[in-house]
Design a protein around this ligand. Sequence first.
Ligand code: SAM
Ligand code: DTB
Ligand code: SF4
Length: 340
Amino acid sequence: MQMPATSETEMRAANANEDGLRHDWTREEVEALLALPFNDLIFRAQQVHRQWFDPNEVQKSTLLSIKTGGCPEDCGYCNQSAKFDTGLKASKLMEVQKVLEGARRAKEAGASRYCMGAAWRNPKDRDMDAIVAMIQGVREMGMETCMTLGMLSPEQTIRLKEAGLDYYNHNVDTSEEYYSEVVTTRTYQDRLDTIARVQEAGMNVCSGGILGMGESTSDHAGMLMTLANLSPHPQSVPINMLMQVEGTPLGKSKEVDPIDFIRTIAAARIMMPKSVVRLSAGRENMSEETQALCFLAGANSIFVGEQLLTTKNPAVEKDQRMFDKLGLKPMPAHRCPSAV
Ligand code: SAM
Ligand code: DTB
Ligand code: SF4
């Protein structure tokens, strides 16, 4: 017979999954973490960070929009939705060769992962041959592959796995409670279902969210709780600062205080110790000092290259100067300690 747990420590040990990491966070616990004195929070995050990672290594990914605009979804932050008038020109799925040329350039510029994104609610089966060819071509260059294509059917998930896809990006974006304020054309559960399929197929999950959409600190806690209670943890956790785009419903949202952004990164690092945490969209509008504090808080991945999907990212030379100043070096491919 199992003995009842007697102390908080024992309770935690009992609830830790077989990977030895916690998947039983409560919202209150995460709120308390986010509210710690800043120095204590950063110190804890650094301690955790150094258990699993070289603190001076930062993973570099490059993004490419392989299918831009005209999306039927209504995500309030996104200029690729067909429902908002943002002046963005929609385009068809790119040719495989063009995508591979982009990957080659990204590799030369020092990226170890190529992330390909499509403005789809879900891929159509007729697109899957081209998607598979892109994955195979990028893999042959020795880069890690990531795709973000919207919701997946079980069959499509298997095809991506068989093609050798390393990571699938599917963000939960915010807390479960705030989600319907941001997106109405799908549910939070839809997102979790696709994430579960990707995990079951044995691929690495890249999942995180966006700050600066008018949500509260408690929503930051709720989002981190959802991510950290996934088992296994998403191997990659992108934390985006909203890129405000005129014409989208969230184009004029109240900006997040950089300190709250850094706190969220630190809590993500503490809660998901073996995951790579990406300081994702929003660096274009961030000071070097804020970015340095994000790295200190445990962020160890960025997007490199002048463009994210449709919006701006810092110039490669500017990022290199920042790396030199901070003594950072690129993380080699396949270094994430939790990757499958
Ligand atoms: N359509 C697919 C989907 O939604 O999953 C894939 C592409 S979508 C652009 C990928 C992610 O980019 C979104 O989940 C969201 O987190 C992020 N994103 C989109 N627009 C953004 C913006 N303006 N600022 C920050 N992140 C954004
Ligand atoms: C993620 O979390 N952020 C990236 C990637 N995953 C797909 C996308 C950021 C997009 C920012 C807005 C744009 O450039 O269109
Ligand atoms: Fe479409 Fe993805 Fe943009 Fe939502 S975030 S509108 S699903 S491209």
